[in-house]
Design a binder for this molecule. Sequence first.
Ligand code: CP
Length: 317
Amino acid sequence: MKHFTNVHDIGPLDAAIKEALELKADRFAFSDLGRNKTLMMIFFNSSLRTRLSTQKAALNLGMNVIVLDINQGAWKLETERGVIMDGDRPEHLLEAIPVMGCYCDIIGVRSFAGLKDKAEDYEERVISQFIKYSGRPVFSMEAATRHPLQSFADLITIEEYKTKERPKVVMTWAPHPKALPQAVPNSFAEWMNATDYEFVITHPEGYELAPEFVGNARVEYDQKKALEDADFVYAKNWSAYADPNYGKVLSTDRAWTVDSEKMGLTDNAFFMHCLPVRRNMIVTDDVIESERSIVIPEAANREISAQVVLKNMLKSL
Ligand code: CP
């Protein structure tokens, strides 16, 4: 595997899931593979799970790890070419990226959407430049439009908990006070559409995702109708994608919060969320604390998804 930014980079999903479950059963089986190899993790944005799980995955494989928080202790980076650099950004990404590539074998990058310029976000300018200029295999630790390590972990979790060959998976928008990127829902949709699950997306009007991510999913504006007979409920907030409201919060309507009454419409569904989650905005305390909530095993699988990706990158070095 050269780079990992979307579902296509992982190859056939059946094989990826099998590999993930095997690694989970024996996560130190390849502890020599990463000897004398260095992972550099570069964060333009905050993280708890991605930071810890990816580091743990690398350690399981015997790698060394360097973590750089761009906004804490590194020079502020200019990202636009052609800019007269007379402002507060003393280093350009075009030098910084190849320099970072000198000190490692594999690079992970987290860089969220700015939510101001849709074209810039959907071009994936930051991670694309890492791929172009670092000279190293690069993987996404959440980019502007996708969060593939999360989606892969979500898929592994569904495979572990499903009791039907073709479960009904419902991704529901839920309220949040701040504007969030579409990366997690885009990516989840992309991965679900690559399975043969029944996949439904529900959100208020105005929150339509980009058509290339919605794919063949059924879009249902009536949340309760969407949730009927669901086997998995995947809650997530996102800001508007459609113009002229790109990146805006159009609603904080708590009628969309996932509560026990709504979970009662499902087929005793499991509740999922990528975390961090705003309780009693996205989901009520009782639902996230219930026996059907699998948010912690879902987060635990982040170690496994990262380990599969790193293992395959190490093999192709
Ligand atoms: N789900 C997820 O990516 O969590 P972090 O933002 O804490 O890494």
